[in-house]
Design a binder for this molecule. Sequence first.
Ligand code: B12
Ligand code: SF4
Ligand code: SF4
Length: 418
Amino acid sequence: MRFNQRVGRTLHRLAGADFLQQSAHKGRLAGPQVALEVYDDRRRQVLRQAGRERRAQRERRGLVGQAYFTTVIIGSMHDWNALKERIRDWGRELGFGAVGFAGVDLGAAETGLLDWLAAGCHGGMDYMAAHGTKRSRPAELLPGTRVVITCRMDYLPAIDRRPASADFAEISCYAQGRDYHKLIRNRLQKLADRIVGEVGDFGYRVFTDSAPVMEVELAKNAGLGWRGKHTLLLTRAGSWFFLGEIFVDLPLPADAPAEAHCGRCTACLDACPTGAFLGPYRLDARRCISYLTIELKGSIPEDLRPLIGNRIYGCDDCQRACPWNRFAPTTREADFLPRHGLDSASLVELFAWTETDFNDRLAGSPIRRIGHECWLRNIAVALGNAAPSPAARAALLTRQDHPSALVREHVGWALAWF
Ligand code: B12
Ligand code: SF4
Ligand code: SF4
């Protein structure tokens, strides 16, 4: 039996070679012939290149590959709990608010997801239906996955600068700074690197809102919080955080889910401007302002336009209404702080941005991905909802002959209110 050098060192540190001998006997592996050997650099390189898929295949065929050996032998050492605590500490050092561990069985969540899709609640988000059961079965998305390390990171800016002005353009606070995907992915990668430094090579992949993953359900199972009636993950310190995961093939024990504390409260359901909740824990995305202003590519249904108010990108109302968010910590990440005054800008000001302004000023922002056309569409609706003013009317008139039929149609709708 050969050990990767780091694994060997870890094993020695954790329990010593005697323990290994015993573990091997118990596991009916190599018995008394077990010996610690160290890979030289070349072997190590070759192993790395072998890739996750080959390891998974070997494992599926029942061969005693390095990953299998590592997990069986080390798995019997009962020190995964100590490693879990170290991973939590490293996660906190890397800026995560909390780190938890979920098993890969999502149980009834799959039925919930399929019902939601069958009811058409995903609207035009075809990617939600595109991956079969991979979304609800992590081990199908990444074969060999045994546990999902799930992490949350706070994004609430420290100061609420929303002006009372009727002409204020409301942008969801998760989107006022830099795009979170890259930042979180980098941090997750750093966390994975630290685990590799401790246990040696293993199969893993990092995700944040970038793949078919049921992030809230996994985080809930990992005890990172409970599911609020608004469907988001919620803690005693609120819900203003992003989620991200590392799928791993290590046999880390799963954490227990947290107790829910919504009680009889329905504040989030009552606060929704468009009545998007079909009931507690059930959201019809087609009515959600986040969907209408970000995901929807075409025309916004006319009956919903007046309900959108001044929200031009996403919506925070169900979270703002939640009593637990009174205790929410603010972000420690400078990248999530508002840029270009996006926390206090006026509709007229943002409507005047040319496509070049839009692309330049929103480089690195999640808003950029909706494109200038949908940006103007959204602001036109908000201008139509704002108190009629000469400035708003003048702004709308400048876009009346815009080359995009989508923009012209929404501008026409807004002008009809003046
Ligand atoms: C699609 C999507 C959306 C859609 C649909 C949202 C939704 N609730 O489904 C839209 C575009 C509307 C959206 C909006 C927002 N989103 Co979004 N979104 C996602 C995404 C990509 C998938 C979510 C999903 O799987 N939905 C499908 C439904 C079926 O899944 P579900 O909600 O888990 O459904 C379960 C429950 O409803 C339950 N259920 C059903 N009936 C019942 C009944 C009972 C009694 C019970 C107990 C349970 C139950 O069963 C279902 C299956 O488990 C995730 C990222 C990811 N990959 O997970 C981010 C994510 C959920 N979004 C996020 C955010 C921040 C938002 C917004 C706040 C952004 C904004 N400010 O505009 C809003 C919030 C709106 C809201 N209240 O949900 C964060 C949430 C972080 C957190 N604290 O939980 C995520 C996790 C992204 C991330 N990586 O951080 N989003
Ligand atoms: S984000 Fe806004 S529109 Fe969507 S469910 Fe929450 S309150 Fe309703
Ligand atoms: S507002 Fe009330 S019901 Fe909604 S998530 Fe918060 S505590 Fe739960």
